[in-house]
Design a protein around this ligand. Structure first.
Ligand code: FES
Length: 283
């Protein structure tokens, strides 16, 4: 590059740079000049102030104001110590509304749940005495034997509704008793040895009430035709066993049926009495 070309480029660049610097300085001066007095104005004012006469009264007034300013004490506020916060005593406050509502809600809910639970327990709790499902006193020995005697031989079935039981006389001959000892045991055998067997009216097939049949002298279920002899041993039908039975308890002169402890009836094929069909079937 020749020196002429360099000069041709440098000169316009310097001119442009100088223009930018000058414009920028003018803008800064304009900005600084806002709200400021020019040098000429400040010089003229100083000359005016120096030339203006000051009276003695004005000077004294200025001095008195300066002295008053110096003598005036600046009031410094006393430092205050903030109070230390202490929590209030709950005993003094008592019970707030929120506490009252919370406690009332919990109390009412507890009472409701307690009542509900007590009602359920009372409903499910087994009855201690009386009624089916417990030991049911059906009468004295003489009164029960009277019922059995009055029903025999025409019907031969003595029913006690409060125990849902047929209390049947059991033959006391030696052969029958020995046959019973081979099949039965426990409280049921004890009842048989006293001459009683307590048969639950509920059919062991599907639970129908089994009525007695005066003509056949058997129990005959009307639902599906199961048949049992007079002491509840199965003779025919779909039932899986003989009629279920309850313990018979003799307490002094009282006869009690323990309906809370049923025993399953004897298996199919049991026949301790040898009682055959005595007439036409009812079902
Ligand atoms: S319920 Fe008695 S035979 Fe079915």
């Amino acid at each position: 590059m020749s020196s002429g070309t360099v000069i041709a480029i440098a000169i316009p660049a310097l001119v442009i740079l100088a223009t930018v610097v000058g414009f920028t300085s003018l803008r800064r001066r304009d900005a600084q000049g806002l709200g400021h007095l020019s040098r000429e104005t400040r010089k003229r004012d100083a000359g005016t102030m120096a030339a203006a006469p000051v009276s003695d009264e004005a000077r004294e007034l200025e001095q008195s104001v300066a002295l008053a300013r110096l003598s005036t004490e600046v009031a410094v506020p006393e430092p205050t110590i903030p109070d230390v916060w202490t929590p209030p005593d709950p005993e003094e406050i008592g019970v707030t509304r929120r506490q009252f509502l919370n406690r009332a809600s919990v109390t009412l809910m507890t009472m409701g749940l307690s009542t509900f639970g007590a009602a359920n327990i009372a409903f499910l709790w087994p009855r201690p005495t009386g009624g089916f499902g417990s030991k049911v006193k059906i009468g004295t020995i003489s009164s029960v034997n009277g019922v059995i005697a009055s029903s025999s031989p025409a019907v031969s079935f003595s029913y006690f509704s409060e125990a849902q039981t047929y209390l049947q006389p059991y033959p006391m001959d030696t052969a029958t008793q020995q046959a019973a000892e081979a099949v039965y045991s426990g409280s049921v055998l004890q009842g048989i040895q006293m001459g009683y067997v307590a048969l639950w009216q509920k059919c062991p097939h599907l639970g129908c009430k089994v009525p007695s049949c005066a003509t056949s002298q058997w129990f005959e279920c009307p639902c599906h035709g199961s048949q049992y002899n007079r002491v509840g041993e199965k003779k025919a039908g779909p039932a899986p066993r003989g009629m279920d039975r309850f313990p018979v308890i003799i307490d002094g002169d009282k006869v009690i049926i323990d309906t809370g402890s049923p025993s399953q009836g004897p298996p199919i094929g049991t026949d301790t009495t040898g009682q055959g069909l005595e007439g036409p079937h009812c079902a």
